[in-house]
Design a binder for this molecule. Structure first.
Ligand code: 2IT
Length: 445
């Protein structure tokens, strides 16, 4: 495989799809060496088949606001790869959503899902709809309209969506309600559902919890203890909330959260009631964190800035793609950061990751660190298929085991002769090898 040659051809075919091209390049560069040890992969044009999604559904999503005005958004479902199981991956509602972003997310999801050890293929979907400031009734009508089109290609053994940015328990409920009405079935075709109708009790916390379990393994390997460590978290959504809760339980102190308006620095630590207040801020629909500093006088609000300028032991980006760049990486390293666990999908730019690795700063990539979210979705699928219910304790125990297995796979493929673990390489190779072997056994399709 010649990465540059494949990239040139992809750039020509998909000009301007910068996030998608960024995600593909990162994976190709790290698997090139193992790929070249398998001439049968090259002969089967494995990479050429793997970098293009199986199919993409794009559609128009018309909806009516509370004043009777009609709006039209774009809807998508990118079914990327189902070599190891039914398509699986979240739905994102955000004005920044483009086909490029959903293709990058679907591509990443394919490898992430392979890492979870569960049989799930990769997909992603969503819309450029902006939930900010919308009423509950508007959100419901939008979700219903999205599903009216998308349900045609979904199914419990075909394609199982879940939440992502802008899609939480409320939206999954509305989406599932319409899916059920249209198909006359109750087979659990979405995950992240309410626990009253088949949802996993731990799904809301799972991404953040899993990220902290992974972080703990990273620290264990370094001979460090999470207890007493200070952590900078970005974002203030579901994922940040779960990460803050678990990190605090494990004895760390989270000192930042952030929103599109800036970041909050709270040297006393964000925990307990303060962490729950974060959910209130989110539910307000305004998408700002500034009010935190009005409510809690120990905290300071830094408008328009990112939390990576704060001196901390650990950084956990939990917001969105490319939220941490090389300048931020340099600042964190200069301030003595000991470990970076990327929780958002592609939260760090390629330059930031290269810098961390060059400095031998342990860096866990999103597809490994945040895989506990989709893994718990996989457990929800199992519960639904078996018509059973697992307790929080049972789910947490399984999640623990999965994160430990994901970490082991990263170590297996990422440990360098000098002992440093290149988690990016480890996660990409482990995820790729599983998908590659599955594709090889299924022929040219
Ligand atoms: O990025 C992700 O892994 C998710 N948004 C969760 C996907 C899922 O199907 O639970």
């Amino acid at each position: 495989m010649k990465t540059e040659q494949i990239m040139a051809s992809l750039e020509a075919k998909h000009p301007g799809e910068k996030e998608y091209l960024q995600a593909v390049r990162e994976v190709l560069l790290s698997i090139e060496e193992v790929y070249n040890q398998h001439p049968e992969f090259e002969k089967a044009k494995l990479i050429e088949r793997l970098v293009e999604p199986d199919r993409i559904l794009t559609f128009r999503v018309p909806w009516t606001d509370d004043n009777g005005e009609v709006h039209v958004n774009l809807g998508y479902r990118v079914q990327f790869n189902n070599a190891i199981g039914p398509y699986k991956g979240g739905i994102r509602f955000h004005p920044s959503v483009t086909l490029s972003i959903l293709k990058f997310l679907g591509f990443e999801q394919t490898f992430k899902n392979a890492l979870t050890t569960l049989p799930m293929g990769g997909a992603k979907g969503g819309s450029d709809f902006a939930p900010r400031g919308k009423s509950d009734a508007e959100i419901m009508r939008f979700c219903q309209s999205w599903m009216l089109e998308a349900h045609k290609i979904l199914g419990p053994d075909t394609d199982v969506p879940a939440g992502d940015i802008g899609v939480g328990g409320r939206e999954v409920g509305y989406l599932y309600g319409m899916y059920k009405k249209l198909t006359h079935e109750h087979t659990g075709t979405l995950t992240g559902k309410g626990r009253e109708f088949g949802g996993s009790i731990l799904r809301p916390e799972a991404t953040g919890y899993g990220a902290c379990y992974f972080l703990k393994h990273m620290l264990d390997d370094l001979g460090l203890d999470i207890k007493g460590k200070t952590i900078a978290v970005s974002g203030f959504g579901n994922v940040a909330w779960g990460a803050v809760q678990k990190a605090t339980q494990l004895g760390a102190k989270v000192v930042t959260i952030s929103g599109p308006d800036g970041y909050i620095y709270d040297p006393d630590g964000i925990s307990g009631e303060k962490n729950e207040y974060m959910l209130e801020l989110r539910a307000s629909g305004n998408d700002i964190v500034a009010p935190y500093a009005d409510k809690y006088p120990t905290a300071q609000f830094f408008p328009g800035k990112k939390p990576w300028e704060v001196k901390v032991d650990i950084a956990m980006p939990c917001a969105t793609q490319n939220e941490l760049d090389e300048t931020d990486a340099r600042q964190l390293v200069a301030n003595g950061v000991q470990c970076v666990a990327e929780v958002s999908n592609m939260g760090c730019t390629a330059e930031a990751i290269d810098y961390f690795i060059a400095q031998h700063t342990p860096f866990g990539p999103g597809k490994a660190v945040n895989s506990g979210g989709v893994a718990t979705s996989g457990l929800e699928m199992t519960q639904n298929a078996m018509h059973i219910y697992w307790t929080a304790q049972e789910v947490d125990q399984k999640l623990h085991q999965i994160m430990s297995d994901v970490h082991d796979q990263c170590v297996k493929y990422g440990r360098q002769p000098d002992g440093f673990i290149n988690y990016v390489r480890g996660a990409n190779i482990a995820g790729f090898m599983k998908v590659a072997h599955a594709m090889m056994q299924q022929g040219i399709i």
